[in-house]
Design a protein around this ligand. Sequence first.
Ligand code: GDP
Length: 420
Amino acid sequence: MVHAVVGAQFGDEGKGKMVDYFAVQADMVIRYQGGGNAGHTIVNEHGKFALHLVPSGIFNPDTDCVLGAGVVVNPMNLVRELQKLEQAGIPTKRLVISERAHLVLPYHIWQDQYEEQTRSKKVGTTLQGVGPAYQDKVGRFGLQIGEMRDTARFRERLQRAYEGKLRQIPELADMGSFDAMWTELMAAREVLLPHIRDTIPLVREAVRSGRHVLLEGQLGIMRDLDWGTYPYVTSSSPIAGGTSAGAGIPPTAIDRVTGITKAYTTAVGEGPFPTRLDDEIGAFLQEKGHEYGATTGRRRACGWLDVPALRYGAWLNGYTELALMKLDVLSGLPTVRLCTHYELGDRTYDMPLPAYLLEQVKPCYEELPGWSEDLSECKRYGDLPAAARRFVERIEELVEVPVRYISVGPARGQTIVRQP
Ligand code: GDP
């Protein structure tokens, strides 16, 4: 069974927790896009971990973990992540990296920093070089990780790419040297070489033999390069369609798509966010939900659940089910709201909208009774207060996708499963 887990909002929905949850039964977990710029926070019996690149399946000793060709890899950061896991007693031998994954090189990070500083309007990148690495990939002067195998050829290719980059942005010459970069890369190469291979035979075999293959995305639909709030988007395709290209799996092989959404909305970085709350409720959600980025520590803006975005995602991703995360965070609010559509002047709007329009629209809400009970100990759907169940069922009606999982806390066990 091939099972894709995708972000239904702006990212940070709690995909990490759900992938960790599903990974218990998975034979293989594949990351299909993105780089080390987002972070998954995972809490399990081994402790608390912020994973940036390594698939969350790494905690399960029988699960193969794959970084697909659609991923971009900062080799130095990946080595640090692997070392941290090893130090915590988690074996990392089962990590396999597609030889086709592109490298995020030090000069990509310099470029990211330089460009974000000199831009008149910030994109709000995480300054990790992910965007520039994807630009080089598309521009056909990127370097694939498999090229590190042959050091002489790799050095020549790197030299040429680096010189090309300096011709493009001469200021980068002051931000670091080729030799320092080379030394770092060669140290990382030693650690990564055994993990690099052609992943197609491994993945094909897993799919053909009906093993449980989990596809793990980064970010969410609203940050998709093509279908998100361009230009406030990532440089790859987090949508379910991206799984096929990035992981090397035919689209017809995908059996199940779980959309992950919080019970409210959060976003980091710039760009439109119609349901954003800059009032005490926004502060309540931020505080209670600990809405700070796992990689950057940046505060996430918070607001009510944006149903048009969920419906839009339901079409694009073909969700077979939703997982509703952080329902516990809403406890204590007298009323809760769902944004059902938007308004501008005397017109109503639904998603998709281009960013400039999404920036202007006003959200229209449906208000439902809140609940005060602590949900963190609820094990079954029936344990939830009636108002919380009403909220869940209303989301289902509006999005027309069943909410199969409800998360009421960060731990694996704090997950309510509803039978279809
Ligand atoms: P991801 O990138 O989509 O995995 O999301 P993050 O890991 O950045 O953010 C999710 C955060 O919420 C993490 O700190 C999780 O431990 C936490 N979390 C996940 N599910 C729940 C939940 O149901 N309730 C609460 N209170 N926290 C949760």
